[in-house]
Design a protein around this ligand. Structure first.
Ligand SMILES: NC(=O)c1ccc[n+]([C@@H]2O[C@H](COP(=O)([O-])OP(=O)(O)OC[C@H]3O[C@@H](n4cnc5c(N)ncnc54)[C@H](O)[C@@H]3O)[C@@H](O)[C@H]2O)c1
Length: 437
């Protein structure tokens, strides 16, 4: 088990000076909180989203303080904390409660009431289980797992959270977006009749890759560059396109598809180790009963056509959800409904629920597991070239796990002597990629 990196001592010296010297509340788990109680926030994963989620939480509820953070890497924790201290001053009371390494999340639970899980997707099932076992309220980023056994593990954690009355809000933020909620209500109320098909697009360029630091083990290098390794991110059908798939799941009454087939490859973003072992394009047809389909396209290639849309085609019209437009029998053009961002709104809902004494209990576990599984099903169909049923995908025991969780453990994919990782080739399995740039 890796708890610390060599630079931790040095980092703690700096960060102790950053945190305001305010004593923290006791370590007893509290399921309900009065509006006057200060709720202590813990952050796991201090990257772009984690830092943003803490901003949202501090804005959503004035009686909150950030009291503990964890990240795999010291520099990520340090940069995030420094920026937050500058902005929020005495609402940041972290002092020396900074835990590093892959399993630093375990120590977070002793120092918070609400925990924000914003780390690399592979590790989410572990931090989520630790959080429910410790009796914490949870904000849980998407995706919640990278393989079917992981989704199962998360489903169990969500059930435990429910039993314990722990609120659990998912980072599938479109479910909290006021404009999207307005569109979905109209669609569910019949504005476009019965949905026959859905077109989902997430066509973008590659968000980023990160180079190894001097002295990195293979495990460190991959965790640093996590977006580009399937075992860590789930690939982009899971990591990014899940937002679109979640909207189609929602529109289909939160019923998952029965099967999927797909076409995917790695065509433009092929350099290794930079782009790891993920695909750069996937097109998946998700089949529903009665001949209904969700046609889903995601791409992360530079210099190509870009589009992020959800277009629902029904018996009485068509809805373009993010554009806020309905055509057909019940035409509609949405006007801006709110100035609050969806990520702020999801935190407002979380703290409202925590402070409601149970009357506004939230547990988003069902759809966050189903849309993660839907995304994994699509990836499995593309990687194998097979048509796969939902039931077979859910029952899959394929586990994308390393041989341990230390910095010296072996990730499930290792480079060959030429520095190449194996890539899934439909119909063939895993082979070393031959194209290098
Ligand atoms: N809801 C949204 O709109 C949205 C937007 C962006 C990202 N996300 C999700 O948020 C998560 C983080 O994304 P990001 O963009 O902030 O990435 P990021 O790389 O900026 O941050 C992730 C952080 O997690 C750290 N980390 C890795 N393994 C860890 C572990 N075992 N314990 C603690 N920390 C660990 C990394 O070092 C990194 O600092 C991802 O799941 C991503 O899909 C959601």
């Amino acid at each position: 088990m890796q708890k610390k990196q060599p630079s931790r001592r040095e980092f703690l010296k700096t960060s102790a000076a950053l945190g305001a010297a305010v004593s923290v509340l006791g370590a007893m788990p509290r399921v309900h909180a009065a509006s006057t109680d200060t709720l202590r926030l813990g952050l796991i994963g201090c990257g772009g989203r984690g830092s943003g989620a803490i901003r949202d939480a501090l804005t959503a509820d004035p009686n909150t303080k950030l009291t503990v953070i964890a990240d795999a890497f010291a520099d990520r924790a340090k940069n995030s904390l420094e920026a937050l201290v500058k902005e929020y001053k005495d609402r940041i009371d972290v002092q020396d409660r900074i835990f590093l390494g892959i399993e630093g999340y375990k120590q977070v639970m002793d120092h918070c009431d609400v925990v924000l899980l914003c780390e690399t997707p592979h590790f989410r099932k572990f931090s989520l289980r630790a959080a429910v076992e410790a009796g914490k309220h949870i904000f849980c980023e998407k995706p919640v797992a990278v393989d079917a056994p992981g989704v199962l593990h998360v489903r169990e954690s969500c059930a435990i959270a429910k039993e314990k009355g722990l609120n659990l809000v998912s980072g599938l933020c479109w479910r909290y977006d006021t404009n999207v909620l307005d569109m979905m209500k109209r669609i569910q109320d019949g504005a476009i009749g019965d949905i026959l098909s859905i077109r989902e697009t997430y066509l973008t360029s590659k968000p980023w890759s990160r180079s190894p630091a001097p002295g990195d083990t293979e495990m460190m290098a991959q965790v640093r560059n996590w977006l580009n390794f399937t075992w860590l991110s789930g690939d982009h059908n899971t990591e990014q396109h899940i937002h679109s798939l979640d909207k189609s799941l929602w529109a289909m009454g939160d019923k998952p598809p029965v099967a999927a087939f797909g076409i995917g490859a790695r065509m433009a973003m092929t350099a290794q180790p930079q782009w790891g072992d993920v695909y750069d394009a996937m097109a998946v047809c998700y089949e529903y009963p009665d001949g209904k389909n969700v046609y889903s396209y995601c791409r992360q290639q530079a210099n190509c056509f870009g589009e992020v849309q959800d277009i629902f085609i029904g018996t009485k019209g068509t809805a373009s959800v993010l554009q806020g437009v309905i055509t057909g029998d019940n035409p509609y053009k949405q006007k801006k409904v709110t100035d609050k961002s969806m990520t702020l709104l999801e935190h407002i809902a979380l703290f409202d629920a925590i402070r409601s004494g149970g009357s506004k209990y939230i547990n988003n576990g069902g759809y966050m597991c189903d849309s993660t599984m839907m995304a994994i099903l699509g990836r499995m169909a593309c990687y194998t070239g097979q048509k796969i049923t939902w039931d077979d995908a859910v029952a899959s025991t394929e586990s994308l796990a390393p041989d341990g969780y230390t910095w010296n453990s072996n990730p499930p994919t290792l480079p060959d002597a030429e520095g190449r990782y194996k890539i899934a080739v439909p119909g063939l399995g895993m082979v070393y990629h031959t194209v290098q740039r």
